[in-house]
Design a protein around this ligand. Structure first.
Ligand code: SF4
Length: 215
């Protein structure tokens, strides 16, 4: 996709998703970090079902550390990988209290040093909570970047680097949300709904889907 088309593609997504934001429920950097850790290989909707109870019991790092692995696990059993997530969150909370006075750090290295926090999670927290122009590449972003010609790459890191290089800096923060929402609701994995895609004229996907009969 050429630079002018990149801008057009993103402008079309911006118009389609003017209120784009994370669909995870959170109130501050700590609850955002916990929600993102919980969302690994799980839908945001499933995470949002368990976090009200978890955050009522543990609204901050000190309370989460006191709640401990077993206490956290009791709130998140409906999620995939809940045992590992409970273990990570208990340790993460303990380390935040010990190293950061309970605050979530705004530096990548300190975030990625926490259990359960990889590059993608750090990118989300840096983008959403700290206003940094980072790009978290999840399954939707990876698929869109390759399928549309926006930023092809074989690995998650290659796609992240290509997106950061190609997307104008002023668009990078919201672009994260535009791409996720577009991938979740329009440019779906199995059958992209190209017939109703407002960015279709900029997309280089060779097999654009026509509307099913009756639509
Ligand atoms: S035209 Fe189709 S493949 Fe291209 S971005 Fe839109 S939905 Fe996705």
């Amino acid at each position: 996709m050429r630079p002018r088309a990149v801008r057009g593609f993103l402008a079309a997504l911006a118009a389609a998703w003017p209120e784009a934001a994370s669909e995870l429920h959170y109130t501050d950097p700590f609850t955002l970090l916990v929600a993102v850790v919980l969302s690994a290989q799980t839908t945001d909707a499933a995470v949002n079902k368990v976090t009200p109870g978890l955050f009522a019991a543990a609204p901050d790092a000190a309370a989460m550390a006191r709640l401990g692995e077993a206490g956290i696990g009791a709130h998140i059993r409906s999620l995939g990988l809940w045992q590992a997530k409970a273990r990570h969150l208990a340790e993460l909370a303990r380390l935040l209290v010990e190293r950061q006075g309970g605050a979530v750090p705004g530096a990548r290295a300190a975030l990625e040093a926490l259990p359960g926090v990889g590059r993608k999670t750090a990118n989300v927290v840096l983008n959403v909570a700290f206003g940094e122009a980072t790009m978290a590449v999840d399954t939707h972003v990876f698929r869109l970047a390759n399928r549309t010609g926006l930023a092809p790459g074989r690995t998650v890191r290659a796609v992240e680097d290509a997106l950061v290089a190609r997307i104008p800096r002023s668009m990078l923060r919201p672009a994260h949300h535009w791409l996720i929402l577009h991938g979740r609701y329009v440019c779906r994995a199995r059958r992209p709904e190209c017939w109703r895609c407002t960015a279709a004229r900029f997309c280089t996907f060779a097999e654009k889907a026509a509307a099913p009969a009756g639509k």
